[in-house]
Design a binder for this molecule. Structure first.
Ligand code: LLP
Length: 431
């Protein structure tokens, strides 16, 4: 891990040291901490824009929809920023549908994924005029057809095939192998297409697969595409046309020493395999759009030596960023004030205040010596950071800030203690 510490002397993507202070684009994190308190999330809009435009560049003049996977970061201002660039949305709940609609994403650019869509969600999505549902079981297909008839709106559908491809990523975030709950195996998927084609309330629009997340090499997506193309050809022989090919999300980012391709390169690699096919392409990227744009900024509360280890206790916890706790995920950590003795380092366990042993951000991490009240930035936290945060231990959700050059905007304020109990308050009188 020493290598990564060396690069980190300069900073991380849009997080760089300027006059000794870590800045997001041109805004100092110290300044933001004074304005909004700690801890907080901060995102670089430049980084989000660049990632999105790189996908767009890869597609060139091929018909496509870049359907941002809202689950990666659900903040309305971020969805709105992406909508302004032309993004669609991949959603998995009625809550995300509402978010996408508030951000102005039109129904015809929205896809609905997920293995467990409820009646209410199916109805809302039909009424919103979404492009299609990514269907994951026979019973779901039947239910969508029944609800379509009830509301008298035909449903666009794609079947999510399970291509049985090893995505070579963390087992908890791989989804496209036989043993996973996701998708439909190829022979069964073909049967579902036959059934959908014959159903007057269903309109077959596409074919979809999503094999996992944080995939840093090109071969798994390529293999998945080859299988999708095979199924598509077979369907075509049966007279079933799939106008859209949706390959899901999954492109990884750099957290430490990974070297994933840029989105443009990734897309070009896929298009090459398809060899000029006349289809509309869809991707559902989440992490690769927002992951490297964000940092969680927190403060050192206390330090202690104990059991032969040095601990740095900070004011953010697994309630704010759960990835290290549940996936042992590595996130780079930088002091907000640049060390004046970069070669003098300690090895420390960076932990949060939550009453769980897994409430930890880093194990045996090499950092400059830290004092109480020093600020730390936990980087590459723009995806599955705030989106997976919780109120565990009755900790309020922290604020989120979006930076653009020298400007910054509070895009979510800190939740109040009163709001934490708001859903329960109305029942207090009866107690
Ligand atoms: N489409 C579908 C159907 C998905 O399930 C996902 C992610 C995406 C697209 C977006 O994938 P991405 O481009 O972000 O890799 N919480 C985990 C990641 C879970 C991903 C779930 N599905 C983490 O923090 O690593």
């Amino acid at each position: 891990m020493e290598d990564i510490q060396t690069w980190l002397r300069e900073g991380w993507q849009e997080f760089t040291y300027q006059q000794g202070e870590l800045c997001c684009e041109e805004v100092s994190l110290n300044h933001l901490a004074r304005e909004v308190g700690l801890p907080f999330y901060v995102y670089s809009s430049r980084s989000i824009r660049e990632a999105f435009l790189s996908y767009k560049e890869g597609f060139g003049d091929q018909k496509h929809i870049i359907a941002y996977a809202v689950k990666a970061n659900e903040n309305l201002s971020i969805i709105h920023l992406l909508r302004q660039l032309g993004a669609g949305a991949d959603i998995v709940s009625v809550g995300q549908l509402y978010r996408a609609q508030l951000a102005g994403i039109p129904g015809h650019k929205i896809l609905y994924s997920g293995v467990g869509k409820t009646d209410r969600e199916i109805r809302a999505a039909l009424e919103a005029g979404i492009l299609f549902f990514n269907v994951e079981s026979e019973e779901e297909l039947v239910r969508i057809s029944q609800i379509s008839e009830e509301v008298q709106i035909r449903a666009g559908i794609a079947i999510r095939i399970n291509p049985d491809v090893d995505p070579k990523t963390h087992p908890y975030i791989s989804t496209g192998m036989k043993e996973h709950k996701f998708g439909v195996e190829i022979p069964a998927a073909i049967e579902l297409y036959r059934r959908a084609e014959a159903d007057p309330w269903l309109e077959v629009r596409g074919i979809q697969c999503h094999i996992g997340s944080q995939i840093t090499e090109p071969s798994p997506h390529r293999e998945a595409l080859e299988r999708v193309l095979m199924v598509r050809a077979q369907l075509s022989e049966m007279g079933i046309e799939t106008r859209y090919i949706d390959l899901g999300g999954g492109l990884g980012i750099r957290y430490s020493e990974e070297e994933p391709p840029a989105p443009a390169e990734f897309v070009r690699g896929l298009l090459e395999i398809a060899g000029g096919l006349d289809v509309s392409w869809i991707l559902e990227p989440g992490r690769s759009i927002v992951g490297n744009s964000g940092a969680l900024v927190c403060q050192v509360l206390y330090r202690k030596e104990h059991g032969g280890k040095h601990y740095t206790i900070v004011d953010a916890g697994m309630n704010d960023l759960i990835r290290p706790a549940i996936y042992e995920a590595f996130h780079p950590i930088l002091p907000v004030c640049q060390s004046d003795q970069p070669d003098h380092r300690i090895h420390t366990e960076v932990v949060g205040p939550i009453c769980e042993s897994t409430d930890q951000f880093a194990w045996d991490r090499s950092l400059p010596p830290l004092e109480q009240k020093d600020l730390l930035a936990i980087l590459a936290a723009g995806a599955y950071g705030a989106a997976m945060s919780s109120n565990y231990n009755a900790k309020p959700f922290c604020p989120e800030i979006l930076v653009d050059g020298k400007e910054w905007r509070l895009i979510r304020r800190r939740q109040t203690i009163e709001e934490l109990v708001a859903f329960e308050r109305e029942f207090l009188a009866e107690a």
